[in-house]
Design a protein around this ligand. Structure first.
Ligand code: SF4
Ligand code: SF4
Length: 305
């Protein structure tokens, strides 16, 4: 698989390093660095001056850290490289608004698969040859953990593209299983995760928080339990017709494609403790007060693909 990366700024460089150091160095056929967001106009009338002169033949394009209208180079890069698979991760709410994503998508042929994972560490295989080849190795983190009361060994099965998961794995050995997900959260902050702390209107949360939910989920699923999650009281939940399932429609994980809140056969909400990030947004939104935080050991489904 031949990967061409277009990148900008500190975040872009971090992702380039993470991809190269975690198994894809030999696959990278070119890297084009764009000026940082402060050096290009927010609105660009003529994108042609920004299209790189040397675009290699490629299978997969990764556009990382590129803000605003300059993303409109992507269709030209796809055409010149011959690539049919594209990943444009979002690490800042203003990086590539949905209107711009739709504009890019509408200019592409039907045989091009393009994804805008928010954040990059939410990426999972989707049934596209090259995106899946990448997402088998890098994307939503996945660990294998051997543990008794504390973690004895931890192996990265799928790493985060920024490189945080090997760092987290190295630093969790010896930590009690009860504290592991919260320590993983701390380690991700220490790495540091460079996703934005600005509020994202589309999810009601920050993209940094979304990243921490993915890392905590990976630890919970590898261990098989958690000690903290939002839960729904099914006696109090009115479900479907009464509330339009506002909890489901406001959960940041659901809004980025996860099934953290789902409906049972009666239209009542259920919460998956494996992926709940305990942001408490659903608690504030539920008009019936049906959701609360539960802090006892509870089992977690081990699958996360
Ligand atoms: S938990 Fe609250 S918001 Fe969610 S479906 Fe039940 S009543 Fe509606
Ligand atoms: S607390 Fe509620 S809104 Fe937040 S992640 Fe958990 S289920 Fe979703």
């Amino acid at each position: 698989m031949k990967i061409f990366i277009i990148s900008s700024g500190e975040y872009g460089s971090k992702i380039v390093n993470g991809i190269a150091s975690q198994g894809f160095a030999a696959n990278i056929v070119g890297i084009h660095e764009f000026p940082s967001k402060d050096e290009v106009p927010e609105f660009i009338d003529d994108i042609s001056e920004y299209i790189p002169e040397n675009i290699p033949e490629a299978d997969l394009i990764i556009a990382t850290g590129i803000h605003g209208d300059i993303n409109m180079v992507i269709p030209a890069i796809i055409e010149k490289s011959g690539a049919k698979s594209v990943i444009v991760p979002t690490n800042h709410p203003k990086q590539i608004p949905i209107g711009l994503q739709n504009e890019i998508k509408s200019s592409l042929n039907d045989d091009v698969a393009i994804l805008f994972p928010k954040p990059f560490c939410s990426l999972l295989p989707i049934g596209d040859k090259y995106i899946d080849e990448f997402a088998k190795v890098l994307g939503k983190p996945k660990f294998k953990i051997e543990a008794n009361d504390e973690i004895n060994s931890i192996e990265v099965i799928r790493g985060t593209p920024c490189g945080s998961s090997p760092f987290i794995a190295e630093n969790l050995v010896g930590i009690s299983t009860k504290d592991a997900e919260f320590e993983a959260n701390n380690k991700l902050h220490n790495f540091p995760c460079s996703a934005s702390m600005a509020s994202d209107n589309n999810t009601g949360d920050t993209i940094l928080h979304l990243a921490t939910y993915k890392t905590k989920e990976a630890i919970k699923r590898a261990i098989g339990f958690t000690y903290k999650s939002a839960i729904v009281d099914e006696e109090v939940c009115e479900g479907l017709e009464e509330c339009d399932n506002i909890c489901l429609n406001s959960c940041p994980n659901v809004l980025t494609g996860d099934e953290t809140i789902y409906l049972d056969d009666n239209g009542k909400a259920k919460i998956d403790p494996g992926s709940c990030g305990v942001c408490e947004i659903c608690i504030k939104e539920c008009p019936y007060g049906a959701i609360e935080i539960y802090e006892e050991k509870m089992p977690v489904n081990k699958d996360n693909d």
